[in-house]
Write a protein that binds this ligand. Structure first.
Ligand SMILES: Nc1nc2c(ncn2[C@@H]2O[C@H](COP(=O)(O)OP(=O)(O)O)[C@@H](O)[C@H]2O)c(=O)[nH]1
Ligand SMILES: [Mg+2]
Length: 431
């Protein structure tokens, strides 16, 4: 029999209230060992919670009857006063009465296993909680409501029909003798999938925050600029070239948008072993950044442009020398001049990316989702290539089947336990 799980669903520590959740076939029975009230579906009941027939706390309890619940099982939520001692005593008592402590994400995992939600929706629950901006929450909510799932189901149906047509020709070639080669069109499907892929980067920015890397030659003032932007001394600043060895990261919020500022080692040729590693890390960090900001020193006679193409160029130390360089934002890390315009510019660039999400309905919000859709696209392109070369339809059928398989992996129509463990281990306990 399926066991009944219990967990604290609010963060540990003192709080106004602490919510304990149970899910499983014995949830009602277990709770009724501590609460002398009959369950009433979806009613907030005021009750005494007893342990060993002694009052522990007066609580609000809600019983949710299966199957119309989050997990698809009988569930109970008990609202205690937020004392860590009351909560740990209650949890231990519920365990003694037959519940098992839940693993991370186990309530949501059960929702998936009971067919209440698919994998994309499960992933959206976590992203919604973790999201660093309201746009991220919007994107996650769309996925949580099943928008991605429904789109994928439609595409899958179309591919299944094509696959079936091909299979029947493979199995009964005599029926189709004299007829023309089977023709099929993947344009719409590929367009839809490619559009989906394009949503991933902005969605990641909206959910995790925008990564902005400062890069440039040594001593141009990158570390000073980071400090000026975040408003505290995070990175070490000295007049000595090559001070910054490792990347330094600091978070700020610009009008509700999380920006992860990354300071990097100055990029130059060096024999210093430590600095060499720093330069490599710098290049990696810049390549991985959503917005690459190249910092120039206004006092140096030659203005060198970098190998990595920047999204934004900043001219620093303009307090020492005011000069005009095309397409740059003038700043001074020392006086603070131009720092606010730089922040606004970064915000504007990030928003123009993220705003694309408003008009998209099928958004990919997890790397795993991106990977499966990407794989599906590769299979379909391969199918088209095989078709254009006039090879036998047997070969095409393999690619189409693999494409369908990737969509099944995306929604969790097919899955392996390992994958579920990986997905749900990122969740909070009690979700
Ligand atoms: N006058 C002036 N000096 C600056 C400015 N930004 C940085 N510096 C100085 O330039 C030197 C190198 O700065 P640092 O931030 O360590 O440069 P990094 O190597 O690019 O990280 C330090 O002595 C800073 O005080 C600025 O805007 N104006
Ligand atoms: Mg530095």
């Amino acid at each position: 029999m399926v066991d009944t799980i219990v967990a604290l669903s609010t963060p540990p520590g003192r709080s106004a209230i602490g919510v304990v959740r149970l899910s499983g076939p014995q949830a009602f029975e277990i709770v009724r060992k501590h609460i002398r009230k009959s369950p009433k579906n979806r009613y907030a009941l005021h009750a005494n919670f007893e342990v060993d027939e002694k009052l522990l706390d007066d609580v609000i309890v809600i019983f949710y009857e299966a199957p119309g619940t989050y997990s698809g099982e009988d569930m109970v939520e008990i609202f205690f006063h937020g004392s860590p001692l009351i909560l740990s005593t209650a949890l231990r008592a519920l365990e003694k009465s037959g519940a098992r402590f839940a693993e991370k994400g186990e309530f949501t995992k059960r929702a998936f296993l009971n067919g209440k939600i698919d994998l994309t929706e499960a992933e959206a629950v976590e992203k919604l909680i973790d999201s660093s901006s309201l746009s991220g929450i919007d994107s996650a909510r769309k996925v949580m409501k099943g928008n991605l799932k429904r789109k994928v189901e439609k595409i899958r149906e179309k591919l299944l029909r094509i696959s079936a047509e091909i299979e029947v020709r493979i199995d009964y070639p005599e029926e189709f003798e004299g007829e023309e080669e089977y023709d099929f069109d993947l344009t719409d499907i590929l367009d839809d999938l490619e559009a989906m892929l394009k949503t991933y980067d902005p969605a990641k920015e909206a959910i995790d925050g925008i990564k902005v890397a400062l890069f440039g030659l040594t001593n141009v003032g990158k570390s000073s600029l980071l400090n000026a932007i975040v408003g505290e001394d995070r990175a070490i600043v000295t007049p000595i070239a090559g001070t910054t060895r490792d990347t330094v990261e600091a978070e700020i919020f610009v009008n509700g948008l999380k920006v992860r500022m990354i300071d990097t080692a100055g990029i130059r040729k060096t024999d210093d072993e430590i600095e060499k590693i720093g330069v490599k890390r710098a290049i990696d960090a810049v390549e991985n950044a959503d917005i690459k900001v190249y910092v120039l020193d206004a006092t140096t006679s030659q203005i060198e442009l970098p190998e990595i193409e920047p999204d934004l160029i900043v001219l620093n130390k303009t307090d020492l020398m005011d000069r005009e360089v095309e397409n740059t934002i003038k700043v001074s890390a020392k006086t603070g001049y131009g720092i606010e315009s730089l922040k606004s510019k970064i915000e504007e660039m990030a928003r123009s990316d993220i705003e694309k999400l408003d008009s998209s309905d099928s958004i990919l919000i997890a790397e795993r989702q991106y990977d499966t859709v990407w794989q599906c696209v590769q299979e379909l392109k391969e199918a088209l290539l095989v078709k254009s070369k006039g090879y036998s339809i047997d070969l095409i059928s393999v690619n189409i089947r693999k494409a369908i398989e990737n969509l099944d992996l995306l929604t969790g129509n097919i899955y392996v336990d390992d994958l579920l463990d990986r997905i749900f281990s990122n969740f909070c306990v009690g979700k």
